[in-house]
Design a protein around this ligand. Structure first.
Ligand code: PLP
Length: 424
C-alpha cells in the first residue's frame, strides 16, 4: 500500500486508525488457496476480522465462513457468505444462539461435547429442522503451535467420548463428519503437514471405532503470519504435494471425504496497518526513553490476549521521520522540531499507550527512527486480531476507526460503537 494513503487516511480520520488494503487480501487469499488441493474447502475465520468489506474480499477468493458468535454470523451474512455454507464453531454455544443461527439458515455446527450435541438436537427439533454436525475432536499428538488449542479440557470431544456420542445422536441431527483444530501460528510446511497428519489419524481412529463414514473432514489450519511486527509468514513450498500424498488414502471404510481447512490471519494479516501518533517522548536522566502513543492495548490488545504484554515485539515504522515537524508543546513554547532523516538517529525506546495501567505497553525495546511528538507511526501486520483482540472497553476511549482502501480508493470507514439498548 502506498505510504501516501496512510498519511491521507490519518489526516482524514485521525489516529489511532486501522487501515486495510484489499489488494493484499486478494494476494494472500489467492496464495493460500493455491497452496491447498483444488478440491479442498477453505473457511475464513471471522474472529480475525469481521469487517464485512474485508471478509467479502476473502469470500470472493473462494472461501466459506467459520463463525463463533451471532455477531460474526451477522457480519458473514453482510459480507455475502451463503448461510448454508457457514460452519458455526465454539465451545459454549447457547440454545438461543443455536436457534438464531438455524433461523438464519446455518446448517452445520461444530459440536464440542455430548451436551452440545443434545442441545443442538433439542433446538433443531423444536424448530422443526435438521441440523448437521461435525464432531470437534481433541487432537492427539501433533507439532507445537504458537497458540495451542489442543487442551482437551477446553475444546472438543475426547476421541473415546466422540465414539460414544455417535451411538446416541439426536433425531434432528446428522453427524456429517469431524473437525480438528490444533492451534494457530504453526511455523513451516513440515510442521503444518505433521499437524494435518495427526489430525487425520485422530479422525480415522474415531470414524473406524464409531463406524462413521464422514462426508466432511475439517483438518483445521494454523497457517502463520507475524503479528504486529515486520516480516512475512513464509511460503508454502511442498504443502500441495504433501497434502496430495496425505489425503490420497483414508483408513476407514467408504469414500474419501471432502476436506476443509481454516484460516483467519493468513489472508488478511498483512493487509492491515495500525497508525498511531506519538503523544510524548520521555527521556530519563540515564537516557532511557519512553515513547507514549495514542494507541494502547485498548486498540492493539492481541499481545495481552496472547500473554505477550512485556514482549518487546511490536514493530514501528516512523512515517514522519525525515519530514519537517512542529511541536506545539515543545519546551519554551511551540517550536519547529526540524528534520531527522529516515536514516537519522534510531532510538531504542519503550513504547506505551495512553491507558493508566503498567500493562499498557506495546513494546519494551522498539527501534524507532527519530521519534518526536506528533509523529505518525505505523505498526505492520495487524489486519488480523487488531480490534477483535483488544481491550476496547478499558478506560472508555473510543474504538479506533477502521478504513478500508482498494489501492488509493476509500471503500469505507467504520467505527464499532455500543448503542443504548434500553431506557430505565
Ligand atoms: C477453531 C478455530 N479455527 C480457526 C481459527 C483461526 O486461526 P488463525 O487466525 O490463526 O488462522 C481459530 C483461532 O482461534 C480457531 O479457534
Amino acid at each position: 500500500m502506498d505510504e501516501r494513503v496512510w498519511r491521507e487516511a490519518a489526516e482524514r480520520f485521525g489516529t489511532p486508525l486501522y487501515v486495510y488494503g484489499l489488494e493484499a487480501v486478494r494476494e494472500r487469499a489467492a496464495e493460500l488457496r493455491a497452496a491447498l488441493p483444488a478440491s479442498a474447502g477453505l473457511l475464513y475465520s471471522l474472529k480475525a476480522n469481521p469487517l464485512p468489506a474485508v471478509a467479502a474480499e476473502v469470500r470472493a477468493a473462494g472461501c466459506r465462513a467459520e463463525v463463533s458468535s451471532a455477531g460474526e454470523l451477522r457480519a458473514a451474512l453482510e459480507a455475502g457468505f451463503a448461510a448454508d455454507g457457514i460452519l458455526y464453531t465454539g465451545p459454549g454455544k447457547s440454545a438461543a444462539e443455536i436457534a438464531g443461527a438455524l433461523e438464519c439458515g446455518v446448517a452445520l455446527f461444530s459440536c464440542e461435547s455430548a451436551t452440545e450435541l443434545r442441545r443442538l438436537g433439542r433446538v433443531a427439533g423444536a424448530a422443526g429442522r435438521r441440523a448437521g454436525a461435525l464432531l470437534r475432536l481433541q487432537p492427539v499428538g501433533g507439532p507445537a503451535a504458537g497458540l495451542s488449542m489442543a487442551d482437551g479440557r477446553q475444546f472438543g470431544f475426547d476421541p473415546a467420548d466422540a465414539v460414544r456420542a455417535c451411538a446416541a445422536v439426536p433425531d434432528a441431527v446428522s453427524v456429517r463428519g469431524c473437525h480438528v483444530y490444533l492451534g494457530s501460528q504453526i511455523s513451516g510446511v513440515e510442521a503444518l503437514l505433521e499437524g494435518f497428519a495427526s489430525a487425520k489419524r485422530t479422525v480415522e481412529h474415531v470414524c473406524r471405532e464409531a463406524g462413521l463414514v464422514p462426508e466432511i473432514v475439517d483438518l483445521g489450519g494454523g497457517f502463520p503470519w507475524p503479528y504486529a511486527t515486520p516480516g512475512t509468514g513464509g511460503g508454502f513450498q511442498g504443502l500441495a504435494e504433501g497434502l496430495g500424498e496425505l489425503l490420497g488414502h483414508w483408513e476407514f471404510e467408504g469414500p474419501a471425504p471432502e476436506v476443509w481447512f481454516e484460516s483467519g490471519r493468513r489472508p488478511i494479516a498483512e493487509a492491515g496497518s495500525l497508525l498511531t501518533t506519538v503523544v510524548d517522548v520521555k527521556v530519563r536522566p540515564d537516557g532511557a526513553t519512553t515513547v507514549v502513543v495514542d494507541a494502547g492495548v485498548n486498540v492493539l490488545g492481541g499481545m495481552t490476549g496472547l500473554g505477550r504484554v512485556l514482549r518487546p515485539s511490536t514493530g514501528f515504522e516512523n512515517l514522519s521521520a525525515g519530514t519537517s515537524r512542529h511541536d506545539p508543546d515543545g519546551p519554551g513554547g511551540p517550536e519547529a522540531a526540524g528534520t531527522g532523516g529516515r536514516g537519522g538517529p534510531v532510538l531504542t525506546a519503550a513504547v506505551v499507550g495512553p491507558l493508566c495501567t503498567p500493562l499498557d505497553r506495546l513494546a519494551v525495546r522498539a527501534e524507532i527512527a527519530d521519534p518526536r511528538v506528533g509523529d505518525l507511526l505505523r505498526v505492520p501486520n495487524v489486519g488480523a486480531y487488531g480490534p477483535t483482540a483488544s481491550l476496547s472497553a478499558f478506560l472508555s476511549r473510543p474504538p479506533a476507526v477502521e478504513a478500508v482502501y482498494d489501492g488509493d480508493r476509500l471503500v469505507g470507514a467504520w467505527q464499532l460503537a455500543a448503542g443504548h439498548v434500553a431506557a430505565g
